[in-house]
Design a protein around this ligand. Structure first.
Ligand code: KG4
Ligand code: ZN
Length: 350
């Protein structure tokens, strides 16, 4: 019986480890954030990311077992993100997982990071219980730093891509805009904070593809317009109108995301939806998506903030569901920068 799983997430710049039970209960979660190491470079430096993973990972696992008061004898499997991501970062997690699986004689499974984001709203802990489960047909919008995709989800492991961004991910656009305003890296959460004090109608910015009858998105035009606007204002006005700039930018991104989620609900006829990934931590998006769902009669699940951004708990849940399904990988499991072809299928005519 597979009842508890150790999970490792090192696909980008967060080192995260978790212990997750078969029903999605998070028994422990510890993460080490590398923002300070990358901030001076204005973006993630892959070489620095993997070096830090190699320093943090094993001490974090030790800490996790100690804090959760769990013994290795209670662990029945190991889940590790092996795709998609920065290969150097993935290698650290994958090699560690293989070594632990071999020495502890445990089954191991490589997990797609995006599948982790899809199951994140269904994690549970003492403060959070999801209002529906993974068995109902639903629309999923995963919005992160590297991906912005809409899925038709027909139960665990059945994911069809309804549409995705044609260029930048929404999180990437937030981060680049934050950088333009001198807010540091990553800028998403800081843009969110400033936006809460600003007027979203102060500046007009484009909502690309919003009226197109499909689930495709684009954020590069918004980024370019924002760049021109910021350059035309100059440093003094930028500082004086920072809150209005952030609110206007955020509102443009949120309008597109909510409109496309609405489109996906209309195409599928489903009544359930999830919103997940780092950008689902955005306060404006959470609020607008909730009020859209209420008006539309859609049951919407958004994970608590601790499960929105990258974390190993979501990898543990996806992994334990697959292990329980009899799946596992061998010691030849490879890290991959991309998803595997079988992970997601393309939906047609949407
Ligand atoms: O899912 P995630 O942690 O990592 C990836 O898989 O990419 O997402 C990170 C992204 C970053 O672009 C970050 O700026 C953005 O999520 N983000 C936010 C907020 N919190 C994190 N964007 C807007 N508002 C936020 N509050
Ligand atoms: Zn992620």
């Amino acid at each position: 019986m597979i009842e508890l799983c150790l999970a490792i997430e090192t696909s980008c710049d967060d080192t995260s480890v978790a212990l997750v039970a078969g029903d999605g209960e998070v028994r422990g979660l510890i993460s080490a954030n590398q923002d300070l190491a990358h901030e001076p470079f204005g973006g993630i430096v892959p070489e620095i990311a993997c070096r830090n993973h190699s320093v943090h990972l094993l001490p974090l696992i030790q800490d996790l077992f100690q804090k959760a008061q769990v013994d290795w004898s209670e662990v029945h499997g190991i889940a590790v993100t092996n795709r998609p991501g920065l290969v150097g970062s993935l290698i650290v997690g994958v090699v560690t997982a293989k070594t632990l699986a071999q020495t502890k004689s445990l089954p191991m499974i490589g997990v797609n990071h995006l599948e982790g984001h899809v199951v994140a709203p269904f994690l549970r802990d003492a403060q959070y219980q999801p209002s529906f489960d993974l068995s109902v047909p639903m629309v999923g919008l995963a919005v992160s730093g590297g991906h912005t995709s809409l899925y038709r989800i027909q139960g665990f492991s059945s994911y069809q891509i309804l549409g995705a961004t044609l260029d930048d991910a929404a999180g990437e656009a937030f981060d680049k805009f934050g950088k333009m305003l001198g807010l540091g890296f990553p800028g998403g959460a800081r843009v969110d904070q400033w936006a809460q004090k600003g007027d979203p109608t102060a500046f007009e910015l484009p909502r690309s593809m919003i009226r197109e009858n499909n689930c495709l998105m684009s954020f590069s035009g918004l980024k370019a317009s924002a760049q021109r606007l910021v350059e035309s204002l100059g440093p003094e006005k930028i500082q004086a109108q920072r809150a209005d700039l952030c609110a206007s930018f955020q509102s443009a991104v949120v309008d597109v995301l909510v409109a496309k989620m609405n489109r996906a609900i209309e195409v599928t006829g489903y009544q359930h939806a999830i919103l997940t990934g780092g950008v689902s931590a955005n306060s404006g998006l959470r609020e607008r998506a909730q009020s859209w769902a209420q008006k539309k009669g859609v049951q919407l699940l958004i994970p608590p903030l601790r499960y929105c951004t990258d974390n190993a708990a979501m990898i543990g849940y996806a992994g334990i569901l697959r292990l329980k399904n009899g799946e596992h990988h061998g010691l030849d499991l490879a890290p991959s920068p991309n998803s595997w072809a079988a992970d997601f299928t393309e939906a047609s005519n949407v």
